[in-house]
Design a protein around this ligand. Structure first.
Ligand SMILES: Cc1ncc(COP(=O)(O)O)c(C=O)c1O
Ligand SMILES: N[C@@H](CCCC[NH3+])C(=O)O
Length: 429
């Protein structure tokens, strides 16, 4: 594949020189192409608009939650889904309209639910019986009727890594459909004076390439509501649309996932003689994943004759834990000269004290030298979001690029940040 370059033969992102970004902001550095994010959101929207059906696209902020991304998402006029008090706080701090937020999660605390209700979060996606009870009490206390959806665990297994598959019956998320718990929750919710049950939600997993699971899921939600003698206003089919990390990944265009869900629900609405319900989707990875790259500085190497070349960079599992956690595959490119002839196959390792601290398992690269810049592709989702301070490494900065310009949107942590919450121990003095 051929990468975009400038006259210096440097890798560019939206005409911005990645080597200059590395020099200006340091490495490791997360870089997002904002136009790419906007294009993906618009492609999703276009499908629904062309079909002329009511819809809500809710960006799943767990993939990447910072003030700046919530601002871009708000500019594009779509909603967002949060899964913790911290994500909710971030979205509100960004100026995101509370009414356009939904709140997912399998163990929202009393305080988190109160925070959401008081701030006017549009929809709470209720996951379990305790939450139903707490939320009803909180809504009553605040004299409101809270809009909710019920999250169902549909018993659908998505073909993806076990850790990111959520729809199977043996899952911690949602009301179990098969054993009748979902119907029990429905009966409670529909009769609750403080809750306004608008519809059903089910999310089957993440990084899924096939439309079948989404079709089955949408059909199941509609059939379930119908079997309960109920016409829902909303069917939320979740997120999970797969993206391309390597050439082995063959994702469908985002439009096809949306079209498949629309097709099924249109047919179900006709079959059951319903007013067309609002279709909600919650994409996270597909909106931000392909738009992000991480820049690293190349450091040491270890060549084990006839076995492997390890090339170490100045980041690792603290800024991208996905290879270590899910055996996830990525591709990388030499940003100094992305289209140069490749000369060797290396394993790109991080700087953390773990053997599993790998960023790219296998990558063909041109000859490299210390201080060269390596760009790892498609790191926009669940990279920064899952970053840690393991080995007391400060977390990297984040830069947004658009129309040939760049802006720092998250500062790099410093050593001072690392100790800023530490307190001296004095009891033993
Ligand atoms: C309820 C829910 N919605 C949306 C998502 C977003 O998934 P993805 O980032 O794969 O689109 C997830 C994560 O898997 C989720 O659990
Ligand atoms: N963190 C996962 C996806 C989220 C799954 C949680 N619903 C990943 O990096 O692929």
């Amino acid at each position: 594949m051929s990468y975009p370059t400038n006259t210096n033969q440097h890798l560019t992102i939206e005409d911005v020189d990645t080597i200059e970004l590395a020099q200006k902001y340091g490495t490791p550095l997360y870089v997002y192409d904002v136009s790419h994010i906007r294009q993906t959101i618009r492609a999703f929207k276009q499908v629904f608009e062309q079909e002329k059906i009511p819809f809500v696209i809710s960006y799943a902020g767990k993939a990447f939650a910072t003030k700046a991304i919530y601002q871009v998402v708000a500019q594009e006029g779509i909603h967002a889904d949060v899964v913790s008090g911290g994500e909710l706080y971030t979205a509100l701090a960004a100026g995101f309209p509370a009414a356009h937020l939904s709140f997912n999660g399998n163990n929202k605390s009393y305080d988190e639910l109160t925070f959401a209700v008081k701030e006017g979060v549009g929809t709470i996606i209720v996951d379990n019986f305790l939450e139903l009870k707490l939320l009803s009490e909180i809504a009553e206390k605040n004299a409101i009727k809270q809009d909710i959806l019920l999250r169902i665990s549909p018993g659908i297994s998505a073909h993806t890594h076990e850790f990111i598959s959520t729809g199977q019956q043996d899952s911690k998320f949602g009301f179990d459909l098969i054993s009748g718990q979902a119907k029990e929750a429905f009966d409670i919710a529909i009769n609750d004076d403080h809750l306004n049950l608008r519809g059903l939600h089910a999310h089957i997993g993440s990084q899924i390439f096939d439309v079948t699971g989404f079709e089955q899921n949408a059909a199941l939600l509609a059939d379930t509501a119908n079997a309960w003698g109920w016409q829902p206003e909303v069917i939320n089919a979740g997120g999970g649309f797969g993206i391309k990390y390597t050439d082995e990944d063959k994702p469908l265009p985002e439009s096809e996932f949306a079209q498949a869900i629309i097709r099924v629900l249109k047919a179900k609405a006709a079959e059951y003689d319903w007013k067309m319900p609002e279709i909600w989707i919650e994409p996270g990875r597909s909106i931000v994943g392909p738009a992000g790259k991480t820049l690293y500085t190349i450091g040491s190497r270890k060549d084990i004759p006839d076995i492997r070349h390890y090339l170490a960079v100045d980041g690792g599992m603290g800024d991208n834990i996905r290879p270590a956690l899910y055996q996830a595959n990525y591709t990388a490119v030499l940003a100094n000269q992305p289209n140069a002839q490749t000369e060797e196959v290396v394993r790109v390792a991080g700087k953390y004290c773990e053997s599993g601290d790998v960023l790219v398992w296998q990558q063909a690269l041109p000859a490299t030298k210390p201080e060269d810049i390596l760009a790892v592709n498609a790191t926009g989702a669940y990279g920064y979001a899952m970053a840690s301070n393991y080995n007391r490494n400060p977390r990297p900065a984040v830069v947004f690029v658009e129309n040939g310009q760049h802006q720092l949107v998250v500062e790099r942590e410093t050593f001072e940040h690392l100790v800023s919450l530490d307190r001296d121990y004095t009891l033993g003095e």
